[in-house]
Design a protein around this ligand. Structure first.
Ligand SMILES: [Fe+2]
Ligand SMILES: [Fe+2]
Length: 202
């Protein structure tokens, strides 16, 4: 994906400092709120990384980049996915916003030059999780939910944080069960459903 092909995207000069470059790119494109969110997620993900002995630096990188596709219009994400023959599930066709995790991974790789597969994987499944998720995948998935981008404290906050005292798997299961039980799923993404089955089987 060439960001320069999208005439509405402003591309500030890169400094080589990831946090600054993410901030500049988001803010130049009217996504200051997204930057505030990813900065919160980065903080939460580093905390989780330290608790579970993960690489804090790669967890921070994944968090900073996970919603970088906010600069792309949802219609353009679907158009890109179709032109590049992505295999799309019904949920992505109905709600192209769900593609943002896949497009963020592509921007992380192509524009920011990220090659660490653990980072790219965590970005790519941060909304849906996936079966056989790595600890880094689960860490970003949970950090994104705890540091949520709406006012107040999320209704699942205490239950998920309590589960996090035990394991990342339990925290993911707690959050996903809350979402399903409270009819918060617009349409089940295939990875979400498979991840939930996988967690139930653990
Ligand atoms: Fe996201
Ligand atoms: Fe997010």
């Amino acid at each position: 994906m060439q960001l320069s092909e999208y005439s509405y995207i402003v591309l500030p000069e890169k400094t080589g400092h990831l946090e600054t470059d993410v901030k500049n790119l988001l803010e130049c494109n009217g996504k200051g709120k997204t930057y505030a969110h990813v900065a919160d997620v980065a903080e939460a993900n580093v905390e989780i990384a330290l608790r579970f002995c993960l690489n804090a630096s790669s967890c921070k990188t994944a968090a900073l980049l996970h919603d970088i596709s906010a600069i792309i219009a949802p219609g353009d994400m679907l158009d890109y996915a179709e032109r590049n023959r992505f295999e799309l599930c019904e949920a992505e066709l109905r709600f192209p916003f769900l593609l943002h995790q896949r497009i963020s991974r592509i921007i992380a790789e192509n524009y920011f030059g990220i090659s660490d597969k653990t980072v790219l994987s965590a970005i790519e499944c941060h909304t849906t999780l996936r079966p056989n998720a790595s600890l880094q995948d689960m860490a970003l998935f949970i950090a994104d939910k705890i540091a949520w981008d709406q006012p107040g404290v999320p209704p699942f906050d205490k239950a998920v944080r309590d589960a996090l005292e035990h394991s990342l798997e339990q925290a993911c299961l707690e959050y996903m069960t809350y979402m399903v039980d409270n009819d918060k799923i617009l349409y089940p993404h295939i990875l979400w459903s498979r991840a939930l089955d996988w967690l139930h089987g653990k």
